[in-house]
Design a protein around this ligand. Structure first.
Ligand code: NAD
Length: 493
């Protein structure tokens, strides 16, 4: 049977999820949600106020202790998290429909990528629970030094809308495996898939309350979470603007560790010796994937002038002809933009870029259809001060800058004054590839490819305004446990 489904026939989980049960939200203030593919209203997201956030935090703190989640033999946590991942896979069909209905993710990509990747990430972190630990460290012979690790307590996790399931897995996998309880707030625009998997977690054996989900916006719910005294650690993914606000909020309410995975403006640097067809495939696929609503979107092409015409021609071909099929149609490959507000933001940056000399070689506007689709857009005639080169767009827009004078000029164009999330280099010269990866100021670097693999061991995180700390990899697990140093005088023999 095919994957295409009727969006009107999808049952959505309702309410917050606290203590293992869905909580009615009658009377709450709500945000109306519209399907990105056709603009039709389909649900409302309740906004949890400080009282509901407090209830979720108290429940998580209580459940962590009463269930012994932090203290059980770590292998028990491994088993529960594996059972959870298996149960999510077993419910892939209804889960995929929920995700494709409410987000920008086409149904086929949710089934082939988002769900299997999210469950693999949960399994990856589950396996760390009984393998990562403290250490005995070198000290004088009459002493013994140890580093003990322990979970923080309750982790407050706040997620964005662009890959709702994968973002939830990045936060929940390491925090739960490390023995914490979690209160998570999915984006107010895409809350349903997180609710669905939280319910499955309890059915898989996670003690009720160890994972609570509160719904709501940033200004009310997110602020209450980050400032809550029981939130021992903050795990945030979203815009740099909100990351800054969270830092300020936390600073007013106490000192807490936080990981902040924020925005980017990532370059893809193509040298004259590169395989141009390979580069064109990678660059076009990346900027069109999820219609550019990807934190590591390679949105700035920096190409050697001698190969620019060839590469840009190939990009124009690959980026033309995107079809606005709704996300519930199995033939859909090109994503809508999450909201009309986001379409407006993209268009504003493109328009301002045009007024200072930017030339749209293709695209440059909303598609002529009911949903929020933006045309794949290539902009030439830009410089480092152009709005589309400086500002994160979070849409299918690629700027083109050229260089003549080798690595130094390429590097100076590639380095962004604010962001340092990811960068790509295309070259056949191994030495050049290594020099560029050493010199580029970004947390993730790809050579002759652009985009993540399924190797969850590679951490991701940004420099500068792109964030603090890492998701994925051992670093993400370790960031969910705090260290204690112990020094014991054992006496001389
Ligand atoms: P956003 O910052 O608007 O919202 C993200 C989340 O934060 C939402 O749940 C929102 O309700 C909440 N929030 C907003 N303001 C808050 C506040 N003051 N206090 C607490 N919570 C608050 O971002 P978005 O539009 O959902 O997502 C797009 C952004 O996320 C882009 O900038 C993108 O680059 C970034 N992102 C980064 C990564 C990464 O790994 N670095 C991954 C995905 C997305």
């Amino acid at each position: 049977m095919g994957l295409t489904f009727d969006p009107a026939a999808v049952a959505l989980p309702q309410g917050h999820f606290i203590d293992g049960a869905f909580i009615a939200t009658a009377g709450s203030t709500e945000i109306q949600l519209f399907r990105p593919s056709d603009g039709i209203a389909f649900a409302a997201c309740p906004i949890a106020g400080p009282e509901t956030v407090d209830r979720a935090m108290q429940s998580a703190a209580r459940a962590r202790i009463s269930s012994g989640w932090s203290k059980v033999r770590p292998r028990e946590r491994v088993k529960v998290l594996h059972a959870w991942a298996d149960l999510i896979d077993a419910h892939a069909e209804p889960l995929a429909r929920i995700e494709a209905l409410s987000s920008t993710r086409p149904i086929t990509q949710v089934r082939e990528v988002d769900i299997p990747m999210a469950t693999e990430q949960i399994r990856f972190f589950a396996e760390m629970a009984d393998k990562e630990g403290g250490a005995l460290v070198p000290t004088a012979e009459d002493q013994m030094g140890m580093i003990l690790t322990e979970p923080y307590g309750v982790v407050a996790a706040i997620a964005p809308w662009n890959f709702p399931l994968i973002m939830a897995a990045w936060k929940l996998g390491p925090a739960l495996a490390a023995g914490n309880a979690v209160v998570i707030k999915p984006s107010e625009m895409t809350p349903h898939s997180t609710l669905f998997i939280a319910d499955l977690a309890v059915r898989a054996g996670l003690p009720p309350g160890v994972l609570n989900v509160v719904l709501g916006d940033g200004a009310t719910t997110g602020v209450a979470m980050a400032g809550h005294p029981l939130a021992a650690k903050i795990s945030f993914t979203g815009s740099t603007r909100a990351g800054r606000a969270i830092m300020g909020n936390v600073a007013q309410n106490g000192i807490k560790p936080m990981t902040l995975e924020l925005g980017g403006k990532s370059p893809q640097v193509v040298f004259a010796d590169a395989d141009i067809e390979l580069a064109a495939n990678c660059i076009a696929r990346n900027i069109m994937g999820n219609a550019g609503q990807v934190c590591v979107a390679g949105s700035r092409l920096i190409v050697a002038r001698s190969v620019a015409e060839d590469l840009v021609g190939q990009l124009q071909t690959r980026m033309s002809g995107a079809l606005a099929h709704p996300t519930w149609d199995e033939t859909s490959t090109y994503s809508p933009i999450i909201s009309t507000l986001q379409i407006g933001r993209i268009d504003d940056i493109v328009t301002r870029t045009r007024t200072v000399g930017g030339e749209c070689l293709i695209g440059g506007g909303k598609m002529d259809c009911a949903g929020s689709y933006y045309q794949p857009t290539l902009i030439a005639g830009v410089d480092p001060a152009s709005p589309a080169v400086r500002e994160e767009i979070f849409g299918p827009v690629l700027t083109i800058q050229t260089f003549d004078n080798g690595e130094d000029e390429a590097l100076s164009l590639a380095a962004h004054p604010e962001y340092g999330l990811a960068a790509g280099v295309f070259t056949r010269d191994l030495g050049r590839a290594l020099r560029m990866t050493q010199a580029l100021p970004a947390g993730t670097l790809w050579v002759n490819r652009y985009g993540r693999s399924w190797d969850h061991i590679l951490p991701t995180g940004g420099f500068g305004n792109s964030g603090l700390g890492k998701d994925l990899g051992r670093a993400a697990y370790r960031a969910n446990r705090r260290e204690k140093s112990v020094l014991i005088d054992i006496g001389a023999s």
